[in-house]
Design a protein around this ligand. Structure first.
Ligand SMILES: [Zn+2]
Length: 476
């Protein structure tokens, strides 16, 4: 084998250099372009830079500060609310200050201004949470004292009204409708179509298509995904998406819409989330008598062959593909539900973990792979683009992901972002064609479900360092 590969290398090295020079750099390293900072337009929308986003949020925080001030001003001017005012003055330590004790109108005004400032700051910290430079809600305040203010009806009314206003402002109703009415149904149909192309028993196809069709879009309000209510509106600003296997629903969190309206990015995220419903782990999730179940549990390579996308798992594990790894003996709480090889001294039956559910990058790699089987067709169906426009578009598909995650290190079960881009997105032949790249990448193999690749020479990697997974309650 060694001799053969040397021969091939030599043969390729005398291939015309001119022809190679014409290959756009993006065809060999999409991640480098995809991970670059800044605002990037494509023909379907744009991803805005982090600093533009921060400015947008600072403007919003300023606007909401004005609204909060207005609300409290009404209370403070209302003689019927004098108890609220006195309580607040006392709680913030202003009541016995010289300016507040003074009768002069100038002192009274600055006393009132300071009280208004304190109330507004407290409310804003609670609602805006991590958007504020000083995130601690009660920073610089006496927690015990101000808890009287925070429990008052007046304060709670302002917080609840402003939070509601925030939902209206930050949830993108138009985008939500576009996803519900067009993008989501389109992607479902394309996944069903792709499943239809597999050479597997009809019963397996029918089950997977049924499950995909059964997924419901649960909107873009992801506040309930974060258990800490004091985070206020910040969950609405965090770019994220979830598939929930128990409810068979997915959420496309509004934080994405704040920074991107590129359909490449939106369709990619949705296709990725829907793919999780039939990924190597969740395909087996559900009642015993329903759908797909692995046989002969235990022997990993045998299980890999049973997965209905026949040659995909073994291919994604290759070093010339994404090289999806599993961490032995660790468990990512963030991935779905509680599995684990648990034995008990009281004689409780040992429960084997569901295949591929524990600390295995294959679930994310598969979802990336299936998303890329869908994205080129989705874009082609909905837009008429030239090569340059496809290049800009595919560069935007994973841009936010690259910014969000460390591009060079795996995050939990997610392989590193740069490799997800270069080894999965960039190996897809149809996407390559659209971008004007040669159909095959020179180093990265395309994982074709219908083609079994010959065994690799090198040993398959099996372990990567265990990293605690972020969050729980679904999978990204
Ligand atoms: Zn995922």
């Amino acid at each position: 084998m060694k001799t053969k590969s040397v021969f091939i290398t030599m043969f390729l090295s005398v291939a015309p250099i001119a022809a190679q020079a014409q290959v756009p750099p993006i065809c060999n390293d999409l991640a480098r372009i995809s991970c670059a900072p800044g605002t990037h337009k494509d023909a379907t929308g744009e991803v805005i830079s982090s600093s533009t986003f921060q400015k947008k949020m600072a403007d919003y925080a300023e606007k909401s500060r004005g609204r909060i001030e207005e609300r409290f001003k009404k209370y403070l001017d209302d003689p019927e609310k004098s108890y609220f005012k006195d309580q607040a003055l006392a709680a913030f330590g202003l009541k016995k200050s010289p300016q507040c004790l003074s009768e002069s109108s100038e002192d009274q005004k600055s006393c009132n201004d300071n009280l208004l400032d304190a109330l507004t700051t407290l409310t804003q910290r609670q609602i805006m949470g991590s958007m504020m430079p000083m995130a601690g809600i009660t920073q610089g305040m006496n927690l015990k004292e101000i808890s009287y203010v925070m429990h008052s009806h007046e304060y709670q009314t302002v917080v609840s009204d402003l939070s509601q206003q925030g939902r209206v402002d930050l949830l993108d109703a138009k985008m939500e409708k576009k996803i519900q009415d067009r993008i989501f149904p389109d992607i479902k149909a394309l996944i069903a179509q792709r499943i239809g192309q597999l050479s597997i028993p009809d019963a397996q196809k029918k089950f997977m298509i049924g499950k995909i069709k059964g997924i419901r879009f649960d909107g873009s309000d992801c506040s309930d995904m974060t258990p800490n209510a004091t985070q206020g509106l910040s969950p609405l600003l965090t770019p994220n998406a979830f598939y929930n296997p128990t409810k068979n629903i997915f959420k496309y969190c509004s934080g994405f819409s704040q920074q991107s309206n590129s359909e490449f990015q939106i369709a990619m995220v949705i296709a990725h989330e829907l793919s999780h419903s039939i990924d190597p782990c969740f395909i087996g999730y559900g009642p015993q008598d329903l759908g797909f179940k692995y046989q002969n549990k235990g022997a990993t390579e045998k299980l890999e062959k049973q997965f209905p996308f026949r040659n995909v798992i073994s291919c994604l594990r290759r070093s010339d593909s994404i090289g999806a790894k599993k961490a032995a003996g660790t468990f990512f709480a963030g991935y779905g539900h509680s599995h684990g090889a648990v034995g008990s001294s009281d004689g409780t039956k040992r429960v084997e973990p569901e295949p591929f559910c524990d600390a295995d990058q294959i679930t994310e790699s598969f979802s990336d792979w299936l998303a890329m089987e869908i994205l080129p067709s989705y874009i082609e169906k909905n837009h008429k683009l030239d090569q340059r426009q496809y290049q800009d578009g595919y560069a935007n598909a994973y841009r936010m992901l690259c910014w969000q995650m460390d591009p060079n290190n795996p995050v939990g079960v997610h392989p590193n972002a740069a490799e997800r881009i270069n080894k999965i997105v960039l190996s897809q032949p149809k996407a390559r064609g659209q971008m004007g790249c040669p159909e095959r990448h020179s180093e990265i193999v395309y994982c074709d479900s219908e083609v079994e690749l010959p065994a690799e020479n090198e040993q398959r990697g099996t372990e990567y360092p265990a990293i605690p997974a972020p969050g729980a309650g679904g999978t990204q």
